[in-house]
Design a protein around this ligand. Sequence first.
Ligand SMILES: [Zn+2]
Length: 383
Amino acid sequence: MATDPVVAQGDSPEAHRYNQIRRWLGIADFGIGFLFLVVLLVTRWSDWLRDLAYRWGFQSYTVSLFVYLLLLLGISKILGIGLDYYGFRVERRFKLSNQRFGSWAWDELKGFLVGLVLGGIVVELLYFTIRQWPQHWWLLAWALFMGLFILLAQLAPVVLFPIFYKFEPLENEDLRRRLVVLSEHAGTRVRGVYRWKLSEKSKKANAALTGLGNTRRIILADTLLDNYTPEEIEAVLAHELGHHVHKHILKSIFVQAGITLFGFWAANWTLHYAVDQHMFEELSDFANLPLLALVSVVLSFVLMPAMNAYSRFNERQADRYAFETTTSVEPFISSMNKLAEQNLAERAPSKWVEWFFHSHPSISRRLAAAEEWGRTQNVHPKI
Ligand SMILES: [Zn+2]
C-alpha cells in the first residue's frame, strides 16, 4: 500500500466519547461495589444481614449462607441497576445495539440467576472447607476452586453461552475449507467453528476461541460472517487459531492458578487477622464474606495492569501467527479497520488507558505491526 491510512486516521469524536463513557461506567461500577463491601463491614450491617439470613434460613448454616449470598447479590444488583440500564442506553444511543428493553431485562435476570448459582456453589464450598479444615482450608479451597474453574471453562461454550446467545455449526463450505488448510498447517485440530448469533443483540462484530478439550471451538459472530470477505474472515480465523497453537487458554489457567493460590493465602491471613481483632468470633462466621470479596476485588484491581499486559502479549503472538500463516497481511489490515469502525473502537487510546484497561493492543499498534510484517516480507520474500 502506498498510503498509510492507519496513522492518518485518528479517532472520531464519537468513538472517543463512547469509549470515555464506557470507561467511566466501569470505574463507577467498580467504585460502587467496593464501597458497598466496605460499608457492610464498617457499619456491621453484614452481621445484621447474617442474623436475618439465619432467621429466614431455618437456622441451618448451609441454607442461611445461601440466603445471605442472595441478600448480598440482591442489594448489590439494586445498587448497580441504574448504571446497568445506563450502559444499555449508551449502546443504543451510539447505534451499537438493537436490543429491546424486554430482551435486555431478561438477560439481566438470567445473568443474576447464573451469578447466584455459581456464587452459591463457590461460597458453600468455601465455608465447607473453612468449617472442616480451619487450619489448611485455603489450600483445599484453592484446589476445589481451580477444579471448578477448569470445569467451567470446558462447559462454558455448551452450557453458559447458550443461555444468552444462539450458536450453530458454520455451514459455509469455503470458510470450512480455509480453516482445514490453516489447521493442517498448524498441525492441530479445532473441534468446530460456530456461527454466533450476535446480531439479535448487538451490531458489533466479534470472534473468540473458547472451551477446553472436546468443547474447544472457534466462535464467529454473524455480524462478522455476513459483512466481511472470505479473506478477512480467514485472517480472523488465523488469529484465533494462533491462540490455540500457542496454548493461550491453558497458559492462562496456570497463571490464574498462581494468582488464586496467592489470593487464598491472603484471604486466610486477612480472616485470621479479623478474628484476632474481634471483628468476627470465628473463621466460619459468614458475615466475613464481604471481607473475602474485598481481598479478591483489591487483588484483581492491583493485578489488572499486569494481567492486561499478559493478555496483550498473547494477542500480539496470535496476530503474528495470523501474519505467518496467511498469504498476505492486507485482509488482516482491512478486517481490523472494519472492526474498529463497526465496534466504535478507539484506534489510538492514550498510553495509560491502554496500559491499565486494554486486554488487546490498540488497533493502531496492531495495524502498524501488520504493515511492518508486510514490509519485511516484501524485502525478504519467502522462497
Ligand atoms: Zn485474540
